[in-house]
Design a protein. Sequence first.
Length: 214
Amino acid sequence: EAKRSEESLSGHELGQRSFAVAQDDKTSTVLKNYKITKPYLLYVGVAYPHKNLETLLAAWKIFMEKFGTGYQLVLAGKKNYFYERLIKLVAKEKINNVIFTDFIPDQDLPALYQNASLYVFPSLYEGFGLPPLEAMSYNLPVASSSASCLPEVLKDAALFFNPQDKMALAQALNLGLNDQNLRQKLLENGQKLLKTYSWNKTAAKTLNLYQNSV
């Protein structure tokens, strides 16, 4: 999953991340290397079936037909059997403006996050759901599936959609890109949420330390 596990955020605490800030010249080079042009939507991760990327692509096709063709959809993850299936699906269904980056080294990821317009997470099931939180740490609005634990984890910091409804997903993409008041609210709530998770982790570690010392 682009050289990262969903069980960690490269060793950084949520809400206290010292993540890199991509320089303008670095950003230009990174985006050019992956043939990405702004504006674009971003997904970072694996392409296992429960990640629901086929539905995302179907929704993307609807989005392109109904709401315009000015965006790219960037799927960032190491190519494997599942990504190859998606690449064939895109060709078969003639779905335009989709970029498959293949493996992304850690040093290139900040540029991708910081220049995206929306992070989309269409998963059908998650144990926790760290990738959207990582996107929030880069001050990126998030549109997320309403399945599994995601509403409980992301609370009011994400725009939720039914992951099995491609039309609802397409409409959520449009709303997340074009409703400026909503976007600002998501950004503000995202920063508050990250601080909450940082505090929870600190409290848990403190409690564990106390229990082990008794």
